[in-house]
Design a protein around this ligand. Sequence first.
Ligand code: ADP
Ligand code: MG
Length: 240
Amino acid sequence: MIELKGVSKNFGPLEVLRDVSLTVAAGEVVVVIGPSGSGKSTLLRTINGLETIRAGEITVDGISVHSSPHNLHKARQLTGMVFQQFNLFNHKNVIDNITMGPIHVQGMARTDAEAAARQLLQRVGLPEKASAFPSRLSGGQQQRVAIARALAMRPKVMLFDEPTSALDPEMIAEVLDVMKGLAGDGMTMIVVTHEMGFAREVADRVIFMDEGLIVEEAVPADFFTAPKNERTKLFLSKVL
Ligand code: ADP
Ligand code: MG
């Protein structure tokens, strides 16, 4: 579903991704961990075309993301992204936040978009919040609306960039539970997170990045109990 081949990315002289190759199968959940500045966000942003790449190729569902504006547009439709900051439109209520993309980008009829949005609100556990404004919701609720909004575009892939890092501790579980549900439903997901419990429980594979490189990649049982690389061991010794 997602393939990166020899992807390199620079910001000026800074090499942020260095010859990164990665394959994610349909339905797979890959958790990416690593120190701040290692290139995790940039990795996600190149996959959905928010950042260009210097070398290599990225395909999502067979579409070469960076090969043309047309493909970039198509690939964006396939990829939902959820950010640390929820990025909801604060002057629009929940249902409008969720239906805007489907109506204005995908040309869906409003009644269909609203029906789909109500189902999604059910799925993220917020059926009663359709007409609430974001400012009246908790952080955890806002993030669940952000997930519903991404899902409303019917993506084949979901990318999560530290989705619980801005949340108070008591709200983290409600967001992780929605993500677990999505994983259980077979969504293809790449999740950047510091939630090691989620990684152990939900990931099919864990990837450790450092300085723009994929340093280590393993199933969670091996990754957490028998990391091979010294940099992985050092990182885990700090976070576990
Ligand atoms: P992570 O998500 O792992 O913390 P990022 O992908 O955000 O890392 O950043 C990787 C490196 O690229 C960092 O050194 C960061 O400062 C740099 N960087 C990220 N975005 C930009 C940008 N738009 N312009 C210049 N440098 C950037
Ligand atoms: Mg980041």
